[in-house]
Design a protein around this ligand. Structure first.
Ligand SMILES: Cc1cc2nc3c(=O)[nH]c(=O)nc-3n(C[C@H](O)[C@H](O)[C@H](O)COP(=O)(O)OP(=O)(O)OC[C@H]3O[C@@H](n4cnc5c(N)ncnc54)[C@H](O)[C@@H]3O)c2cc1C
Length: 804
């Protein structure tokens, strides 16, 4: 066994093997994998081996598509069989909502190049004849669905990795991982210590324990899971072709042919977490005892959906554990707070996702960044606030919802409320209907007396419409107030702070007392942040960006820290409110003696002002696109600031507004938002954020070369706004945009502009076609809706109110 290596992958399940293979594929051959037992000794060996592309997140679906297509390549490369059965599969819909979701998925697949189809009940019967189609509205058919041999596939990855120079050592348990001061690691094993430049935690069922060896908590938890293999069934083995997969979300089951019989597994509601206090090291190639009680109802449902099952005996029961993160997606990437320590854990569908996880992590390690937006599986997406107490109920919720319809406006209830501001109770009394972001309770809207305190999850316009309209009207006609807690906020201080910001941010760093907007780019010139920089002094700056991206951004900042620069996350200690609307200035003037008149307090100014009992940092900018101010105070003074503004605001028609109104207001001005319009999938020139890049500044900002190259060639696609002739459903995300009879673009987000009374979409079309008045069609929930490209904002088109 080598005692030095560039990368030490811990864990020889399908995920660790895939990471190892992809590292060699991208050119790193000095890599090794350590497995405490034989390969596949965790969840991998007892998996049902099913794979599919369907995933609520589009990039995850694309990576699942990559994984599935990879198997043939692996077989050819290694000569080993993955035991592939590309039999296709149908996902059934028994309600309109579920059918809407499948149609929305089908629409997304069009521009992803996936050949899925919507089937009617009779077509389902032809494709999957053992299905009882009573009450079924339709299905999504995916020819890529299938299953494989879990062990054969893992060994194929392993052989391919060995062929690329990797070393694999089995029966070698890792006991400790100890960092050295230079950022490398000593990996202490039963067979000696290995000095590794990088460590990858791919320890599956033991990922929590292996993470703890490095002092980190990885938010994942194992759940028990069971599937049944039946005896032979004549109707199955007498078929000329193999029966396809059938996912029955109503019955929370997946079914496929296994040999001459069937195999059916369940995501049952009375599910059980496993090994709550830690995975025993003694657990190996063993199964959990059968537990028919918890799947009794699921089996009864399956008998109705697939009556043939009732006649079949049970040949075997497979009951084993596998891990989930709180949202069911993997935990991949550099672990925040550690150097050269990488996560490839929490992969609950190793055979759908393992290839994509391996590719992503290898790209991150070798190239410095994945080639697409992978935030949906970034280990940084939950932040460092999570505890096992939070993870467990979320994982149970996720398991139970595995087959539920995922609505775009849905707020899941487990582990809430968790993080709240001092105004939580007051807002609750005022009728707040809550959402959650990064563990924080955020008001989505305020219901009035007699209105429901619950937003109906829907793909169509929800019951929040009236309340949202009221709040938008208050902002546009009087003044609205909204908490600023859910902004990510960072304080950058030090002698070299300005120079550092000039290097890390692509835009201009403002003069003292001024603000600037700037994109942050990665080395490939892709967007990894859209920030507001507030210059408080030559050595002190405040940055604001998305609240949910805190660890994602901090990880990047820490990577690039140099000189006398200190970055502090003040997201939760510095908070406050934004006020916006025509009366915002008068309200602000009412609560301060300082002159805040248009001449004294200009658009994009930042000032320290006495405000009631507090000294506040006030900046004149608003994401609503209206005359507005962001007012920041210490979190301890949040309530006093509220009392001050609320009391004074009554004379000016002040009303609270929530996130639903905010999202409608920003559409009036075509403002993009993080992870919708702005993400590593897009570039500044594509999204129009290049107007904030300071090409003239001398600093060699990160991503400069790529941004300049794009400036020369121009982007192939452009982010544009559309007015949509929608019915009762607006654009959400990734709906295809049809032009001249083919799909030539897609939407990034959309919604209803209450101010203009119009349905608005933002999306990409080829630059050559991006002209005012362009007629397109947008496919919303399977319906083709006419839409026109518009270039004039729906509110304050000349910016007179915002800047005046
Ligand atoms: C009943 C059941 C059915 C399933 N069906 C499917 C399916 O149809 N399709 C699908 O995609 N997924 C399915 N899964 C999920 C799938 O099994 C997992 O997604 C996958 O196996 C995860 O692989 P992994 O490599 O992350 O983890 P694991 O398979 O748990 O591998 C981790 C490895 O790390 C090793 N290790 C841990 N600690 C150390 C250490 N300290 N030193 C050295 N080595 C260590 C372990 O021995 C183990 O071999 C199913 C799971 C179950 C339980």
């Amino acid at each position: 066994m080598n005692t030095t290596t560039r990368v030490c992958v811990i864990g020889g399940g399908v995920v660790g093997a895939s990471v190892l293979y992809h590292l060699t594929k991208l050119g790193w051959s000095d890599v090794m994998l350590l497995e405490r037992s034989d390969l596949t000794s965790g969840s991998t060996w007892h998996a049902a081996g099913g794979f599919h592309t369907l995933n609520g997140d589009t990039n995850m679906a694309a990576l699942q598509g990559y994984t599935i297509r990879l198997y043939r390549e692996l077989e050819e490369l290694t000569g080993l069989s993955c035991g592939l059965h590309h039999v296709g599969g149908v996902t059934l819909a028994d309600t309109q909502e579920r059918f809407d979701m499948l149609k929305a998925e089908r629409a997304k697949h069009r521009f992803m190049g996936l050949e899925t189809e919507i089937l009617g009940p009779e077509e389902i019967k032809q494709v999957a004849p053992i299905t009882n189609i009573d009450g079924i509205l339709g299905a999504l058919y995916d020819p890529l669905d299938g299953h494989l041999d879990p062990s054969g596939t893992t060994h194929a990855y392993a052989r391919a990795a060995r062929m690329g120079g990797a070393e694999i050592t089995t029966h070698c348990k890792v006991l400790e991982t100890n960092p050295r001061v230079d950022g490398t690691w000593d990996v202490v094993t039963e067979k000696g210590t290995i000095h590794a430049e990088h460590v990858v935690n791919a320890a599956g069922l033991w990922a929590r324990e292996v993470g703890a060896m490095a002092g980190v908590y990885l938010p994942l938890h194992p759940m028990e899971h069971q599937y049944i293999v039946t005896d032979e069934i004549a109707e199955i083995y007498e078929r000329a072709t193999e029966h396809p997969h059938v996912m029955d979300p109503a019955g929370e089951s997946y079914l496929r042919q296994e040999g001459r019989g069937l195999c059916i597994g369940f995501y049952e509601q009375p599910c059980k977490p496993w090994a709550v206090n830690g995975t025993p090291w003694s657990f190996g190639h063993e199964l959990l005892p059968d537990d028919f009680d918890k799947i009794e109802d699921s089996i009864a449902f399956a008998y109705r959906r697939f009556p043939i099952l009732e006649t079949a005996g049970v040949k075997s029961v497979i009951h084993g554990p596998f891990t989930f993160a709180p949202d069911g997606n993997p935990l991949v990437g550099p672990v925040p707070g550690l150097r050269n320590y990488w996560s490839a854990c929490g992969v609950m569908a190793g055979f759908s996702q393992g290839g994509g996880v391996g590719l992503t992590l290898a790209q991150w390690m070798v190239d410095g960044t994945p080639d697409r937006d992978v935030f949906a599986m970034d280990v940084a997406r939950f932040g460092r606030i999570l505890t096992p107490g939070y993870t467990l109920p979320k994982v149970i919720e996720n398991y139970r919802n595995r087959f539920s319809v995922a609505y775009p406006n849905e707020e899941l209830p487990a582990a809430r409320p968790f993080r709240t501001t001092p105004l939580y109770d007051a807002f609750d009394r005022m009728g707040a209907v809550w959402g959650q972001q990064y563990g924080l309770e955020v008001a989505n809207y305020f219901a009035e007396e007699g209105e429901a305190r619950y937003e109906t999850p829907s793909f169509r316009r929800s019951n929040a419409l009236a309340a949202t309209a009221r709040e938008v009207k208050a902002v546009r006609e009087a003044v609205g107030i909204n908490e600023l807690q859910n902004f990510g906020k960072y304080l950058v201080t030090g002698r070299d702070a300005r120079g550092w910001l000039d290097r890390v941010m692509a835009g201009r760093v403002p003069a003292p007392g001024r603000l600037s907007l700037t994109p942050m780019l990665n080395r490939n010139g892709r967007l990894i942040g859209d920030f507001t920089i507030s210059c408080l002094s030559e050595t002190e700056f405040q940055l604001t960006a998305s609240y949910g991206a805190q660890d994602y951004h901090l990880r990047w900042f820490e990577n690039w820290l140099e000189g006398d620069v200190h970055v502090r996350n003040v997201s939760d200690t510095r908070t406050g409110f934004q006020i916006a609307g025509p009366n915002a200035r008068a309200l602000l003037q009412e609560v301060t003696r300082a002159d805040v008149g248009a001449g004294a307090f200009r658009f994009m100014d930042v000032k320290t002002l006495p405000l009631g009992l507090s000294t506040a940092l006030v900046q004149r900018v608003s994401y609503t696109g209206d005359l507005g101010y962001e007012i920041y105070v210490d979190a301890m003074e949040h309530r006093a600031l509220w009392d001050l503004l609320w009391q004074a605001g009554q004379a000016f028609g002040l009303r609270p507004f929530g996130m639903r109104a905010m999202m409608s207001l920003r559409l009036d001005k075509f403002f993009g938002s993080w992870l919708r319009e702005y993400s590593p999938d897009y570039t500044p020139a594509e999204t129009g954020l290049d107007r904030f890049i300071s090409f003239g500044k001398p600093a060699d900002f990160i991503g400069r070369a790529a941004a300049e190259a794009e400036r020369t060639t121009g982007p192939a696609r452009k982010l544009c706004a559309f007015e949509v002739d929608a019915a009762d459903a607006d654009v959400n995300a990734y709906e295809p945009i049809w032009l001249d009879g083919s799909v030539q673009g897609f939407c990034t987000s959309g919604g209803y502009s209450h101010h203009a009374g119009k349905s608005i979409a933002l999306g990409f079309v080829p630059t050559a076609r991006a002209e005012d008045g362009l007629e397109v069609e947008i496919e919303i929930l399977g319906d083709m809706r006419p839409a026109r490209l518009i270039t004039t904002p729906l509110f304050d088109a000349d910016g007179a109110r915002m800047r005046g």
